[in-house]
Design a binder for this molecule. Structure first.
Ligand SMILES: NC(=O)c1ccc[n+]([C@@H]2O[C@H](COP(=O)([O-])OP(=O)(O)OC[C@H]3O[C@@H](n4cnc5c(N)ncnc54)[C@H](OP(=O)(O)O)[C@@H]3O)[C@@H](O)[C@H]2O)c1
Length: 216
């Protein structure tokens, strides 16, 4: 795999683009306002990066990352994502995203909403529980004692493996949560969310997670 398509070039997208270039990928970044608005980021990233539309970033990427506000996922051009492994960094914040009943009653999860919008893609939840700034500071080589760990969740085991391989290259161990529906275990306000944890600690944190409805 050589090309990483990134849809969303804000706090998380730009950091993942930096990690992608540093790991040797050809990186295609995109946002909603158009490639010309990303000239500064592309200049910083260097010759292995270019800017394109979201559709081109998705269709070019061997692996695609969606890192945009949840309320905007329905704008994504679904056909361009067909057959792709799509890493989703999304989190649901009602004040930012507006109330979404199916998330408020926990009958689904944010990444399952993206999967529903991209039915022919293989969505993997990842990178949602680490702050953007920490993506460049908290990574370390495989085998480093107390290495930080990040989750993957997705309905395709092959897609989870592909995402895990990328995360490992970016400097983190991975904890496989299984299907997308298990992603609630690392949603906002759960014990593993936004905290630096190694693999054993992350496993304990997701095991201890509670549904919002069960929180006092
Ligand atoms: N910030 C963090 O530390 C952090 C950590 C973990 C997870 N997350 C989650 O990751 C997601 C992104 O967060 P962020 O902080 O990186 O957001 P952000 O800084 O606000 O950046 C959002 C990016 O999405 C782009 N975008 C919006 N709508 C789009 C569309 N329809 N097509 C293509 N691009 C679009 C925006 O481009 P334009 O400016 O051109 O509209 C912008 O580049 C959120 O769900 C957030 O909760 C954030």
């Amino acid at each position: 795999m050589t090309a990483l398509g990134i849809v969303g070039a804000g706090h998380i997208g730009s950091q993942l683009a930096r990690l992608g270039v540093a790991s040797g990928y050809n990186v295609v970044v995109s946002n909603s306002r158009g490639p010309e608005t990303l000239s500064g980021l592309v200049a910083e990233l260097g010759t292995k990066a270019r800017a394109a539309t979201p559709a081109e970033a998705a269709s070019t990427g061997d692996l695609v990352i969606v890192t945009i506000p949840l309320r905007r996922i329905e704008e994504l051009p679904s056909a361009a994502f067909a057959g792709k492994v799509v890493i989703d960094t999304n989190n649901y914040y009602p004040r930012r995203d507006g109330a979404i009943a199916a998330l408020d009653d926990e009958s689904t999860t944010s990444s399952e909403l993206l999967q529903a919008h991209l039915p022919n893609a293989h969505v993997v939840k990842a990178f949602n529980h680490i702050y953007a700034s920490e993506l460049l500071t908290d990574g370390s080589p495989t085998g480093t004692p107390n290495r930080r760990a990040l989750i993957v969740a997705g309905d395709s085991a092959a897609a989870r493996r592909a995402a895990s391989a990328l995360i490992n290259e970016f400097g983190f161990d991975t904890l496989d949560l299984g299907p997308l529906a298990e992603g609630w275990r690392i949603q906002r306000d759960t014990p593993g969310y936004g905290v630096r944890l190694n693999l054993d600690e992350l496993r304990a944190a997701v095991d201890a997670a509670m549904r919002y409805r069960d929180m006092s």
